[in-house]
Design a binder for this molecule. Structure first.
Ligand code: CTP
Ligand code: ZN
Length: 153
């Protein structure tokens, strides 16, 4: 008997595939899906993948998430593929694109940064790739973040 792991197909909504193994919960955080969310979400972590060895998948039913929001996922999962599903079929497929500038997803690790001063200031970062690794630089204090996963709000 062939044993297969099946996550149900969805009729309609957004499938985020090829997420780096173990990062699905961070993807949900970036999308603002957390405690109290009413969305129908299925998720698989550390499933076998031909391309990646292991991967995570997130499926948000009945919701077409906007490109700009989806591209923020590239911060932690640069190989993620987006599939927009309608009538059980993939209507649009694209790879996430790393934004050059982001607001509100990361917090600045510099304790003296104005964004950590108690004032209500949205953190902002310049984003770039260095040797295939995502690097963020604080718009306010220029602090460089080399491990963005650690700084997701
Ligand atoms: N999917 C889904 N519901 C559907 C159709 C597809 O949840 N009604 C999911 C699949 O489970 C898969 C992703 O959307 O995780 C992409 O589907 P598809 O393009 O059919 O799969 P692949 O060809 O394997 O995709 P890729 O080439 O991007 O790896
Ligand atoms: Zn800062």
């Amino acid at each position: 008997m062939k044993k297969e792991l099946v996550i149900s197909k969805i009729e309609k909504g957004t499938v985020i595939d090829h997420i780096n193994a173990g990062k699905a919960l961070l993807v949900l955080r970036i999308l603002g899906i957390g405690v109290g969310s009413r969305d129908t979400v299925t998720l698989a972590m550390n499933v076998p993948s031909k391309k990646m060895g292991k991967k995570d998948i997130v499926k948000v039913a009945n919701k077409f998430i906007g490109d700009e929001e989806l591209n923020k996922i590239a911060l932690i999962a640069p190989k993620a593929t987006i599939n927009l599903i309608e009538d059980y079929e993939v209507k649009r497929k694209f790879k996430v694109r790393l934004p050059e500038f982001i607001e509100g997803i990361l917090r600045c690790p510099n304790r003296n940064c104005i964004t950590n001063s108690g004032e209500i200031i949205t953190p902002k970062f310049y984003i770039r790739l260095k040797n295939d690794k995502v690097i963020a630089r604080c718009y306010y204090c220029n602090r460089i973040i080399k491990d963005v996963d650690e700084c997701v709000i």
